[in-house]
Design a protein around this ligand. Structure first.
Ligand code: SF4
Length: 678
């Protein structure tokens, strides 16, 4: 590989690798500048390649699916919070667009191989891994690695190639083609959602090893450094709240929780303090109490079924006692991650990532389990197996409720008694799911398929959004999550947009003309949607930009006005306005949605929220008592803002033309395309 693309100096290499695993053929795509100006990179690159190269109707677990890894345009340019990678492919869970996102150190390592992304086609007859460095891209046998857990696989590959090499790999869950498997890096951090670890397993691809040393060039490195320095200063300089609260952070949060609405509208400074001290574990007890966390498989109420004296046992302060060391992803000044050590007890663990809020809630609040030791154990098992903790928690909850209601008996569970809050049974069932043993075989592909297989009315307990298990934020508490879970191209995702996220991101400060979301909403306003579509759409476009840049969403939520657009211009040498970047964000969003429509999916029909999520019937107690979400009203508002037809999902062709997505017009509106002679 020559150094030509590096000399371009625009934050990207202009080089994308395609590997055909069926034939071992390797080829390069060299997108021009116009491509990057349209799609930026990262998730945008993934969306364009998948649109171009996946034929509609292919089996997600078959060789015709394409699995991509993309790094962000800003990754390794000197910008901050920009070390995340995306994994993309057709999702086996939804049958449509799939993506997952992860921090750690794999993304810059991949970029240092002189690549903006790599895509796998076909399927290998034997287990392989891809080795990459400055010069090479080689498929090598993974026979000796197959069967190993994710942490062990990474360790072995780093022993072979040195610590400079970073590894993305699957564990046994991906090898066993679980639909809820993810892709790991940094010894158990997962790009968890969409079931793309199972897709990787279907291709017999165990790992990607990135051992490059190339540094991408940028247009104005000094400007990037100056922007980063000023941003860091803004982050560090906002100490007022910290000084004021001191050790009273948790006391303040307790008060805010009781005030409910304030908790949903938490100041970014507070969120930053919580993240840097406790990580996302900070949310656990408060979310259980406030109505944010789903309780007892979405049928319970925090303060009745899992009150503070229980949720605090799995809350941040309980978790902190085991913390050994904080860490951050590549280029992160906030460092919200930490390792823990469990020195004794029934499940000692030498070193493990501190569980995130989603995992603590999915194996705690959702299952009425306040035994932290068992959550640690399950977290370690799933990180090593490479399985999504959200989805796995949801299938365990489903199985327990089926058992409690006599749909499953001990004959179906190999004698295991499944009861709420029984940590030992939860661990055993998790092991069975990972190993696809007995009932675990059915559960390993998610709740939707499990309910279809078990029948007997079990779908009442299979809580999902279009096949994707729902995250640990109840839309009855923040209806913005409901709009995102049910309308976004990747359904059931908590990281795209919500009222809370919009408030934290302060998009009115980043984009001209964007309205500031009100800090407080009356209950009536909270459940009114006709005036929320535009704001939620803006949140989606912004999120596309964030994922195209390779940025961390938390960096955008901590009250220091992340200079994303200025960094992008300094890296590329372009002089694009905030509005120009929003157009790019919308283009990526529309392309992902078009992918689904081409597959015959329409979110308002196919991603409809499970009745328990939407409150049909409503809960009888708690902060969300009596709330039933108007899903039609949500879809109407969001579709209008997006220009999507409510009954078919088809995107407005004029809007697609304005976005220069002519290939999408040709595929979805062939009559119009022929009339215009395109
Ligand atoms: S805030 Fe947390 S998740 Fe985001 S880049 Fe930093 S360490 Fe990673």
């Amino acid at each position: 590989m020559d150094n030509k693309s590096q000399r371009i100096g625009k934050g990207y290499f202009g080089r994308v690798l395609h590997v055909d695993l069926s034939t071992s053929a390797i080829s390069y795509q060299e997108p021009d500048e116009a491509f990057y100006q349209k799609y930026l990179g990262g998730l945008g690159l993934g969306a364009k390649v998948l649109w171009d190269r996946i034929k509609p109707g292919v089996d997600p677990m078959g060789p015709d699916n394409v699995l991509g890894f993309t790094t962000g345009l800003l990754t390794d340019t000197g910008s901050l919070f920009t070390g995340r990678f995306n994994v993309v492919g057709k999702s086996p869970l939804t049958g449509g667009w799939g993506d997952a996102n992860c921090g750690g150190h794999f993304s810059p390592a991949l970029k240092r191989c002189g690549l903006d992304g790599l895509f796998f086609h076909g399927a290998s007859p034997e287990p392989v891994y891809l080795y990459l460095d400055d010069q090479s891209a080689e498929l090598r046998s993974a026979a000796a690695l197959w069967g190993g857990d994710a942490a062990e696989t990474e360790k072995q590959l780093q022993a072979r190639y040195g610590n400079r090499a970073h590894v993305a790999c699957i564990g046994p869950a991906g090898e066993r083609l679980s639909f809820i498997a993810g892709v790991c890096n940094d010894a158990g951090r997962l790009a968890a959602r969409s079931g793309l670890g199972g897709v990787m397993g279907s291709k017999k691809l165990k790992a990607v090893v990135a051992a490059g040393t190339r540094r991408v060039g940028v247009a104005d490195g000094n400007r990037i450094q100056a922007l980063s320095k000023a941003f860091r200063k803004r982050l560090e300089g906002r100490k007022g709240l910290k000084r004021f609260l001191g050790d009273r952070l948790f006391g303040f949060m307790g008060w805010a929780t009781r005030k409910g609405p304030l908790y949903t509208r938490q100041p970014p400074d507070l969120w930053r303090l919580m993240l840097s001290k406790y990580g996302t574990a900070a949310l656990t007890a408060f979310s259980a109490e406030s109505g944010d966390s789903p309780v007892k498989n979405w049928g319970g109420v925090g303060y009745r079924d899992f009150p503070l004296n229980r949720s605090q046992k799995i809350g941040a302060e309980a978790v902190m006692k085991y913390e050994t060391k904080k860490y951050g992803c590549f280029s992160c000044p906030l460092r919200c991650g930490a390792f823990v050590k469990i020195p004794d007890g029934p499940y000692p663990i030498e070193k493990m990532h501190r569980p995130e809020y989603e995992s603590l809630s999915a194996f705690g609040t959702l299952l009425l389990n306040h035994d932290l030791q068992t959550i640690f154990r399950v977290n370690d098992l799933l990180n090593r197996a490479g399985m999504d903790t959200i989805s796995c928690g949801a299938v365990v909850a489903f199985a327990i409720e089926c058992f409690e209601n006599g749909i499953l008996t001990s004959n179906d569970t190999d004698g295991l008694e499944l009861r709420w809050g029984d940590g030992g049974a939860i661990i055993k069932l998790t092991e069975m799911i990972i190993e696809r043993q007995g009932l675990g075989h059915i559960l390993a592909d998610g709740v939707k398929l499990a309910a279809e297989s078990i029948g007997q009315g079990s779908e009442a307990f299979a809580v999902h959004c279009g096949g994707m298990e729902a995250p640990m934020h109840d839309p009855k508490f923040d209806p913005g999550f409901g709009m995102a879970y049910s309308c976004e191209p990747a359904p059931g995702r908590h990281s795209v947009s919500s009222y809370m996220l919009l408030d934290l991101e302060r998009l009115d400060r980043l984009f001209r003309g964007a309205k500031k979301t009100p800090a407080f909403m009356t209950a009536k306003e909270r459940y009114r949607y006709d005036n929320k579509g535009e704001a939620m759409a803006l949140g989606s476009f912004f999120r596309m930009l964030v994922d195209a840049a390779g940025a961390c969403t938390f960096g955008c939520q901590v009250g220091a006005d992340i200079p994303l657009i200025q960094w992008l211009n300094a890296a590329t040498g372009w002089n694009f306005s905030d509005q120009d970047y929003l157009v790019i964000g919308e283009r990526i969003e529309q392309l992902r949605h078009a992918f689904n429509v081409r597959e015959g999916l329409n979110p308002s029909r196919d991603f409809r929220l499970h009745p328990r999520i939407s409150g049909h019937p409503p809960l009888d107690k708690g902060p969300a008592k009596g709330v039933s979400l108007d899903l039609e009203g949500m879809a109407e508002a969001f579709y209008k803002a997006m220009g999507w037809d409510l009954s078919t999902g088809l995107p407005d062709p004029e809007r697609l033309e304005r976005l220069k997505l002519d290939e999408v017009v040709a595929a979805l509106h062939p009559d119009r395309s022929q009339r215009s002679g395109a």
